[in-house]
Design a protein around this ligand. Structure first.
Ligand code: 1CP
Length: 358
């Protein structure tokens, strides 16, 4: 049995828009190749094998937790593993990235997709969540995640990565009924997967819609938002939820209109403008440009201050990068960033924070 939620931690308090002693911070892709500990494990194991071995996945999840004073862990898994039990044959090819050998090409391919039973099909990630919760022993909360239906559909149709997924949008316009069928099936799979992650002990959930930004506002409203909304409705009241999309600045109002706890913002929009558009009664996550960690300490810290100041009027702020940690990031920079966010915000607690957290 997982231990109960630790609802007084700063991450959860910020998710709920409650005062915090210092701004919580975690980083998307905080586990990965920029860490020597990760590279040492990766030398001996292909990435899918690492994700499918729950002990190993728990080890990797805890690497950044042990190295940096982050306020949340995120389970080591990948958005693409959900597509495997549906019938898509996934391989991570070194130097090329993920590839599906049998991408979706027609409506018949969609109709052939299997439904997912997470407890058996994705038992490895659920077990990794249980092990990680035990090892964390309540120190910080554990975030589970899934890809959102549109981003999953992008990979399922494209059969791998793409710089813009133009061909996927072309397919979507040519095959509207098959695309709707695919989105329906993916939505059911994502809901089942995320509910199973909660059962296993995930204390918050992030939905990655990395490619939603490739859709226009009206196409997003029509072809993606209803499915994402259905997912947040299914999770409402269970654990805090976070939405993230890269390059999705034009979609922020639509996303904020969903029953989601936290709006993730990539590094492109200015924090002040985000709050002008969404209102201060919003909980935001983000949004330092990850490339600033490849810059100087001074430039990174200047960027950090702008993000902290820009989002300070918000009801809640979880500090994060505007996308994942870049592979060439020096780990010392991550440490400096985490410590500096804590140090800079510890001096200006919101009213009532000390009382609330003691
Ligand atoms: O060793 C390696 O090959 C490193 C690359 C790697 C890692 C560390 C991949 C391949 N996946 C992961 C783990 C992963 N993926 C996490 C772990 C938790 C964390 O520390 O944050 C998460 C949250 C993901 C999510 C993910 N996978 C996304 C959404 C987030 C984003 O970056 O936009 C996407 C799009 C993927 C697909 C994927 N997996 C891996 C790669 C290289 C890619 C991108 C493929 C492409 O579009 O070209």
């Amino acid at each position: 049995m997982p231990t109960p939620l630790y609802s007084s931690d700063s991450f959860h308090r910020a998710c709920r828009g409650e005062p915090v002693r210092q701004t919580p911070i975690w980083l998307m892709r905080q586990a990965g190749r920029y860490m020597a500990e990760y590279r040492a494990l990766r030398e001996h194991h292909p990435i899918l094998e690492m994700m499918k071995n729950p002990e190993c996945a728990a080890d990797v999840t805890l690497q950044p937790v042990n190295a940096f004073d982050v306020d949340a862990a995120i389970i080591f898994a990948d958005i693409l593993t959900l597509l495997e039990p549906m019938g898509l044959d996934l391989e991570f090819i070194p130097g090329r990235g993920p590839v599906f050998h049998n991408p979706i090409q027609c409506g018949e391919d969609v109709r052939r997709l299997a439904s997912v039973r997470p407890e058996t099909d994705l038992a490895f990630t659920l077990e990794a969540i249980r092990i990680t919760r035990e090892r964390l022993d309540g120190r910080i909360p554990l975030i589970g995640f899934s890809g959102a239906p549109f981003t999953l559909a992008c990979y399922a149709i494209q059969g791998g990565g793409s710089k813009d997924f133009d061909d996927v949008r072309g397919w979507m316009y040519r095959n509207p009924a098959a695309f709707t069928d695919l989105m329906d099936r993916l939505t059911e799979a994502v809901i089942a997967y995320l509910l199973a992650q909660i059962d296993a002990g995930a204390q918050a959930l992030q939905l990655f819609d990395s490619w939603a930004g490739s859709l226009s506002q009206s196409e997003y409203a029509r072809r993606a938002a209803p499915y994402t909304r259905r997912i947040f409705e299914a999770l409402e009241g269970a654990v805090p939820t976070i939405h993230f999309s890269a390059n999705g600045g034009h979609l922020l109002e639509q996303i904020a209109d969903m029953p989601v706890s936290v709006i993730g913002v990539d590094w492109r929009p200015d924090p002040g403008q985000v709050l002008n558009r969404l209102g201060r009664d919003t909980v935001v996550q983000g949004n330092l440009d990850p490339a600033l960690l490849l810059s100087s300490d001074e430039a990174m810290l200047e960027g950090m201050k702008q993000v902290l100041e820009g989002f300070s009027p918000a009801k809640g702020h979880i500090f994060n990068l505007g996308h994942g940690v870049i592979k060439t990031t020096p780990p010392e920079r991550v440490k400096l960033l985490v410590d500096s966010v804590h140090a800079c915000t510890a001096h200006a607690p919101s009213p009532g924070a000390e009382r609330a957290e003691s």
